[in-house]
Design a protein around this ligand. Sequence first.
Ligand SMILES: Nc1ncnc2c1ncn2[C@@H]1O[C@H](COP(=O)(O)OP(=O)(O)OP(=O)(O)O)[C@@H](O)[C@H]1O
Ligand SMILES: [Mg+2]
Length: 324
Amino acid sequence: MTVGELVAITMYLGPLYQPLQRLSELNLVLANGIAALARIFDLMDQPARVKDHPNAMHIERARGAVEFRSVWFEYRPGKPVLEDINISVRPGQTIALVGQSGSGKSTITKLLLRFYDVTSGCILLDGIDIRNISLRSLRRQIGLVMQEPLLSGTIRENILYGNPAATERQLIEAARMANCLDFVLSLPNGFDTEVGERGCHLSARQRQRLTIARAFVKDPAILILDEATSSLDPESEHLVNQALRCLTAGRTTFVIAHRLATVVNADWIIVLEAGRVVEQGTHEQLLTKSRIFAKLISRQTEHTASTVVARQQQPLRSYRAVGS
Ligand SMILES: Nc1ncnc2c1ncn2[C@@H]1O[C@H](COP(=O)(O)OP(=O)(O)OP(=O)(O)O)[C@@H](O)[C@H]1O
Ligand SMILES: [Mg+2]
């Protein structure tokens, strides 16, 4: 072998080794992927605990009367999270659920949606036990606006998620009612703008109003607002509240609120403590009679004041969130 050939071969070996090495790395990535996929399939194969009753009935549109009758519920056996809950709501009424963190407010709404079945007692919708209603038609009756809206895909897909059969006109009308039409139309692709994982390039109030628009196209008989306005600053809260007032009109509404303003407008307030209803009544009744409620409200007012101060101290962040 000449010196030239030796040099050439050594140089050729370099580019040969590189792809070989990558090939072995690929094997590792593939093995990781397959292991993760197996876990995902395990999860998807889990049997659903809440199932349709064989003779489950289908309801078209509920009137919206909801009754919790001696409802007990436990996530883990032996540890009741709700104890003997009795709530009766007439169609169109707004009920506020207040109480400290962990008192069971969200759990009550999860039971109504039948994410879980009650341990004992029953929940009636228009006088029918919800376990005798098909899951699909039950959930069709209920709109949910949460504190942390989950968005992915385009704005159109997100709004129509509430009702895929809605027409373009209904879509635009819903966006208008939710106070978000102007900002959607100002985006480069309008309704076809991608909002990405968790809607990261929209501000909190924009995301919030998209989920309100979603509830508008769904046009449910019952509405659940789980701390829908607590992540907003007072100014945005006003816009969102305005949209919410239109949305709640004529619907049975459960609102879980940390803010006084939302609670004041409710027809009936239920105060929960460690899974029990400790007080209930109208706002005036509770303010005059109740110590627990007054304490909760005063604590929340302090909390609101401190969050406003904290927000004012980070102008850059909020500017980015709104501007981007
Ligand atoms: N999936 C779950 N598994 C087990 N325990 C749970 C589950 N979800 C909630 N809990 C427990 O149930 C209790 C009530 O929770 P819930 O979420 O209803 O409270 P909350 O009143 O909505 O509180 P917050 O104001 O913080 O939202 C808490 O003690 C909580 O730890
Ligand atoms: Mg909650």
